[in-house]
Design a protein around this ligand. Structure first.
Ligand code: SF4
Ligand code: SF4
Length: 294
């Protein structure tokens, strides 16, 4: 089969309602693999209640480790390390793994080959099943780096899962911001839906993320969440989108109903309490060419 279509939901910053939109689409689109690439603060699993099928270790950067029985205490590694990652404690040279940058200099200079470079686990990735489809997600260990690589791993695994199961759509909840994890999530994306809010910072974040996303040449569209909290700024976003020929798929109103639903781990489309929000989310579905039941 051809490569599955990747639909990526992004926002220029956290807290814009990105995961609510992504979870709602995850529950509405008929056949898809769902992926959560917000590996630093994954939260889509809360809405999807997954059952684990597979758990895999994700290796991060290599760290130095000193085999004490081979060390002659010469101190060369300690004096050469530019990151002050090797301490002398109780007459032993010890690597502080939090400070070690994995540059391998100590490994190169050690005269007795007492230093080994070992890959540390930076996180885990998971394949789960949900009532709404197969779900690939991950968790980065506290303090671990390499979130961009873990995002790439989640995307790769989601694609393999889709191909293996003959599924032609991957719905991805992306990371917030415009950093390395976002760039990793954009690679290969066909459609990018940007969720924004009508605030001054929301507009500037939106313009920045559009600038980054355009480098990858996907189809780009905008959803304005809580559009009615500031209709002047919403109009500015409308004008900006029109001038740049970017479609606005939905103007989602602010409604307190959503707070209660999210506390019950339900999306607005699972209730009749938020009809205006439902209507707007279903218009996103129409844009994506997906059918819904009502
Ligand atoms: S350079 Fe090698 S032998 Fe020297 S202190 Fe470091 S680990 Fe020990
Ligand atoms: S690998 Fe580099 S950063 Fe880590 S302890 Fe050795 S010299 Fe220092």
């Amino acid at each position: 089969m051809n490569n599955p279509r990747e639909i990526l939901i992004l926002s220029g910053k956290g807290g814009t309602g990105k995961t609510t939109v992504a979870s709602s689409l995850a529950k509405l689109i008929n056949k898809k693999v769902i992926a959560d690439t917000d590996v630093d603060a994954a939260d889509m699993h809360i809405m999807l209640n997954p059952s684990l099928i597979e758990e895999h270790s994700f290796k991060g950067r290599s760290k130095a480790f000193i085999e004490q029985d081979k060390c002659n205490q010469c101190g060369l590694c300690h004096s050469k390390c530019k990151f002050n990652a090797i301490d002398k404690l109780d007459n032993k040279y010890i690597v502080n793994s939090f400070s070690c940058e994995g540059c391998t200099l100590c490994y190169e200079v050690c005269p007795t080959n007492a230093i080994v470079m070992e890959e540390e686990e930076a996180g885990k990735w998971y394949l789960s099943k949900t009532d709404f489809g197969l779900f690939v997600h991950a968790r980065l260990n506290p303090g671990a780096e390499n979130s961009g690589n873990l995002v790439s791993m989640v995307k790769h695994q989601a694609k393999q899962t889709a191909i293996k199961n003959n599924i032609d759509t991957i719905l991805i909840d992306g990371p917030p911001g415009i950093g390395c994890p976002v760039i990793a999530s954009l690679s290969g994306a066909n459609t990018v839906i940007l969720v924004t809010e009508p605030t001054v910072s929301g507009v500037s974040d939106l313009k920045r993320i559009i600038g980054v996303a355009q480098n990858f040449k996907p189809e780009i569209a905008i959803v304005i969440n809580k559009f009615d909290i500031n209709t002047d700024i919403s109009k500015q976003i409308d004008d900006y989108a029109n001038n740049n020929k970017i479609p606005i798929l939905a103007h989602i109103p602010f409604d307190k109903c959503i707070v209660e639903l999210l506390m019950e781990k339900r999306t607005p489309i699972e209730s009749n309490d938020c009809p205006e929000i439902n209507k707007e989310i279903k218009s996103i579905l129409n844009y994506l060419g997906e059918k819904h039941d009502n």
